[in-house]
Design a protein around this ligand. Structure first.
Ligand code: ATP
Length: 234
């Protein structure tokens, strides 16, 4: 089990936004992607999700190459997007059922897991709610619940902490830690390192579409000649 990104170059038009990205995530490893606005974090994630076609390079998860077996590849990934994406005409219960179907989960086990996650995020009494009734933070929580319900080998998370209440942040951190302990792979883009570093110890720094350094926050501070108190977003 491993995610390998090799020489990935891509973007939205012919001009590359990310250039020669090389990353590897092993089972039981969580990797953060950090960098200034526009550095290419979301673009990298869109390539891993198969939403953008690479101009060069390849992405392989557990020996399945994204370009060659997209359906098989995507079934191994769950995704928590920065902006929640829900079907306006489906209830929360139907969203959960859709996840169970898409990821071919055992229904009995999946409902047990779903109920635990719903309770954790205070959504257990809202199964018949349509997305229109949910606040933005509640929609984010639905995305977290469905992603952890999918129980995939790789979980990709794009900037999750903004807009979540402190209890939800702490629950999300616990879920990431548990997933890592269960040998799952996590890739998370973030600006909020104070929260992220409770669950994630290694980070790749993107600058202008290129990886400048990969390592612990201490390694990264050393690389840039920063003090312990310095922010990376400068
Ligand atoms: P942020 O921290 O602001 O979320 P990011 O690191 O995720 O930033 P990206 O969204 O990957 O950055 O953007 C990288 C570059 O790609 C930027 O120059 C941006 O203008 C460009 N870009 C992003 N989305 C599109 C798009 N849909 N079409 C064209 N260019 C885009």
């Amino acid at each position: 089990m491993v995610l390998k990104i090799e020489h990935l170059t891509g973007g939205y038009t012919g001009i590359p936004v990310i250039k020669d990205i090389n990353l590897e995530i092993q089972p039981g490893e969580a990797l953060g992607i950090i960098g200034l606005n526009g550095a290419g974090k979301s673009t990298t994630i869109k390539h891993i999700l198969g939403l953008l076609r690479p101009q060069k390079g390849k992405i392989v998860l557990n020996s399945v190459e994204l370009i060659k077996q997209p359906t098989e590849f995507k079934r191994q990934i769950a995704y928590i997007p920065e902006v929640p994406v829900l079907y306006e005409e489906l209830t929360l219960k139907e969203h959960l059922e859709l996840t169970m179907m898409s990821y071919q989960l055992d229904e009995k086990k999946a409902w047990k897991r779903a109920n635990e996650l719903l309770k954790m995020f205070r959504l257990d009494d809202k199964l018949d709610w349509m997305p229109i009734y949910f606040s933005k933070g509640m929609k984010q929580k639905v995305m977290i619940v469905t992603a952890f319900l999918a129980d995939t080998d790789l979980l990709v998370i794009d900037e999750p902490f903004t807009g979540l209440d402190p209890l939800a942040v702490s629950n999300l951190i616990d879920l990431i830690k548990k997933a890592v302990a269960q040998k799952k792979m996590i890739l998370m883009s973030t600006h909020i390192l104070a929260d992220a570093e409770q669950a994630i110890s290694n980070y790749a720094v993107l600058n202008n579409g290129k990886i400048e350094v990969i390592g612990s926050l201490t390694d990264i501070r050393k690389h840039y000649g920063l003090n312990e108190s310095d922010s990376f977003d400068k």
